[in-house]
Design a protein around this ligand. Structure first.
Ligand code: BDR
Ligand code: CA
Length: 310
């Protein structure tokens, strides 16, 4: 698998990246970065931090520093800390250089160089992907598999627009453009995240793994785990981006999904950024998205044991 990871890393993005970097048979061809959880300048540094931790290298293309429409974005420091990695920057890092090519241009070029070969996993706001679709309308058709973390399937969101999930909330216009452009996408939404946590016992076992990756997991998730534990509706440690990455790497983990036309609400007093799923086909549009509703969390747990070096 040749994988391109678009990320706003991000504590859970970091885990998804470690998962990809440690899965046999996966070549991480490139990272593209985007403002989301934190500003893209932090995201760039965080990707290098994770690469260093895992002793890997890959080109990192700097992406959009703000959503298509300014004025709505705000960082998610409650969950990810001011630096985006829960204050866990690890040891002094090697010399790294960002690529000079902007993310959207790199996405278009890579897809042209390897048509039908790339798996694209998007873990943040879809700003870079929307720009790539506008640069080259043929871009989506050259992607082999497109998986994204974002959206809601029943309006249970996690932002101040209560029906919107964070990545969609950050850049709804980009979500709209991207969903309209891809004939086929796989969506890992917020409700599926809520319904498929690790139990706190599983979390504690993983946080006790005494390897560099295990210690990074423990330290970078410390504040996030404390934050999540405040919410009685949440039954354990949540895995938004890691679940998206897991199903991209191993689609056999998917145990249920709906296939429907999905688009994005870009207006609405309370609903800007809500994904709209046309289950009855009233809009007369062909289904464009597999909305994952159920998956094998124990299989994902086994991936974590392996990637943290248990
Ligand atoms: C998504 O928003 C970010 O905070 C996470 O990294 C994840 O991509 C969850 O809503
Ligand atoms: Ca993310």
């Amino acid at each position: 698998m040749q994988l391109v990871i678009d990320t706003d890393a991000g504590v859970d993005d970091a885990q998804a990246i470690i998962m990809a970097l440690t899965t046999p048979g996966v070549e991480v061809t490139a990272f593209t970065t985007v403002t989301g959880n934190v500003h893209v300048s932090h995201v760039n540094r965080n990707v290098f931090t994770v690469l260093d931790l895992m002793g890997k290298t890959a080109p990192v293309y700097p992406g959009a520093d703000q959503p298509l429409l300014p004025g709505f974005w705000e960082p998610e420091e409650r969950v990810h800390g001011q630096d985006g990695l829960g204050g866990c920057q690890g040891p002094a890092r090697r010399h790294h250089r960002l690529e000079s090519e902007p993310a959207a241009a790199a996405l278009v070029r890579l897809a042209n160089e390897r048509p039908g070969e790339l798996t694209l996993v998007a873990l943040g706001p879809l700003t870079n992907l929307a720009l790539a679709c506008r640069l080259d309308p043929g871009f989506p058709a050259k992607i082999k598999q497109f998986v994204f973390m974002g959206g809601t399937m029943s309006g249970f969101g996690n932002t101040r627009n209560v029906t919107a999930e964070f990545n969609a909330f950050c850049d709804p216009e980009a979500g709209l453009i991207t969903l309209e452009a891809f004939a086929e996408a796989t969506m890992l939404c917020w409700e599926t995240t809520i319904q498929h946590p690790f139990s706190w016992e599983q979390y504690d076992r993983l946080a006790a793994i005494d390897t560099p990756a295990g210690r990074f997991f423990r330290d970078s998730t410390h504040a996030t785990a404390a934050y999540i534990r405040q919410f009685p509706q949440v039954r354990g440690y949540l895995l938004p981006d890691p679940l998206a990455m897991a199903i991209a790497l191993d689609p056999a983990l998917i145990q249920g999904c709906e296939h429907a036309y999905v688009t994005m609400e870009v207006q609405g007093t309370h609903t800007r950024g809500q994904t709209v799923i046309d289950r009855l086909g009233v809009l007369g549009r062909a289904p464009n998205t597999y909305v994952v509703t159920d998956l094998d969390t124990d299989g994902v747990y086994r991936m974590y044991e392996r990637m943290l070096g248990a």
